[in-house]
Design a protein around this ligand. Structure first.
Ligand code: NAP
Length: 313
């Protein structure tokens, strides 16, 4: 018996993947969504989303994802917990995806919406204290630092958001930034600079995480203007220094830009016909929930057109 070939497999269940699933399911394509490593994507570790249209008073990130999944399921999308470990082309123009579970799936179209993961500093001491004071997620771990002093590394919107969130628990939050001006949007900068519990250390890089072997006790800071180093005491280190796209499993199949993000056309086609990209994995610039959702919609509509042109309903 010939193995079943799915119409559409969506890799990643963040807002891009969920939106693609809503559109594909409504088009009766019965898409299958594989969750990826972080089921629900980055919004599941965000607090309030204030800028997604339609939610006048904001919506919690995990709730937005939960709603979107249910919306896609209502039209027939299937969500499965698994990760893609490889994606290859087959001689008949379809695709084979190997999954972490050991299963494989064949499909006519693929939407890659695998997102991006938090960037780490790359220090050995950071690895040693990961989960013991060093983390990339304030929403997940903030409550463990009640009454403690922490630093947040980074100068973008994420760093401001994480730092502001941490002021709810911590006695003091210090933002350590490698330059003397922030990358964050004006509104986030204003909120951060007007918060009494927040302090800033400018022109400084974390070059070492210090601890007692069990938990973090401080960091070594290097002044980027004169190279001098000093120790700074803190109980926690929150990294908010951007993200790297999740493309390892593709092993060079899809063209990427100089930063490793998938190259997609303005209507979300990759260099391989039948494979589309959506969300943060192909967006080095905007990386917003709404742009990810929009690209998921476009990818699904283009995939639907591709299938129709092939006579697959
Ligand atoms: P980002 O804008 O790329 O900022 C990363 C920050 O980390 C930059 O300040 C960068 O410094 C610093 N950095 C990078 N590598 C570093 C290293 N190795 N050591 C020390 N510092 C390092 O990333 P993001 O803050 O995660 O934001 C990503 C996107 O999501 C943005 O478009 C942002 O607007 C959006 N976002 C929006 C909200 C919101 O609106 N509430 C919340 C979160 C994220 P330099 O500035 O020197 O490059």
């Amino acid at each position: 018996m010939k193995a079943k070939i799915e119409n559409m497999v969506i890799l990643g269940s963040g807002i891009a993947g969920c939106t693609a699933a809503i559109y594909a399911a409504r088009a009766n394509l019965h898409p299958i969504v594989y969750s990826g490593e972080q089921d629900g994507g980055q919004l599941t570790v965000t607090s309030e989303v204030e800028n997604f249209p339609g939610f006048e008073h904001g919506i919690m990130g995990p709730q937005l994802i939960e709603n979107s999944k249910k919306q896609a399921q209502r039209f027939g999308a299937k969500f499965l917990i698994d990760i893609a470990t490889s994606l290859t082309t087959r001689p008949d123009g379809t695709f084979e995806i190997m999954l972490g579970s050991g299963e494989k799936v064949h499909t006519h179209t693929v939407i890659i919406a695998t997102g991006a993961s938090a960037r780490w500093l790359g220090l050995a001491s950071e690895k040693k204290y990961k989960g013991r004071g060093v983390t990339t997620c304030a929403t997940c771990d903030g409550a463990f630092f009640k009454g403690k002093e922490v630093i947040v590394v980074g100068g973008g919107d994420s760093a401001m958001e994480e730092a502001l969130f941490l002021t709810k628990f911590c006695t003091k939050v210090t933002i350590v930034h490698r330059r003397d001006s922030l990358r964050a949007s004006k509104i986030m900068q204003d909120r951060a600079t007007h918060n009494d519990k927040l302090a800033f250390i400018w022109n400084s890089e974390v070059t070492e995480i210090l601890g007692d072997g069990k938990v973090v006790k401080g960091v070594t800071l290097k002044d980027t203007s004169n190279g001098k180093t000093r120790e700074f005491n803190c109980n926690g280190v929150f990294l908010a220094i951007g993200h790297v796209p999740n493309t390892n499993f593709l092993q060079g199949l899809i063209e990427v830009d100089e930063k490793g993000y998938l190259k997609a056309t303005k209507d979300m086609h990759t260099n391989i016909a039948g494979i589309f990209a959506a969300g943060d994995v192909q967006d080095v610039r905007f990386r917003q929930a709404i742009t990810a959702a929009g690209s998921g919609c476009m990818a699904a509509m283009e995939a639907e057109k591709y299938l129709a042109n092939k006579g697959i309903e």
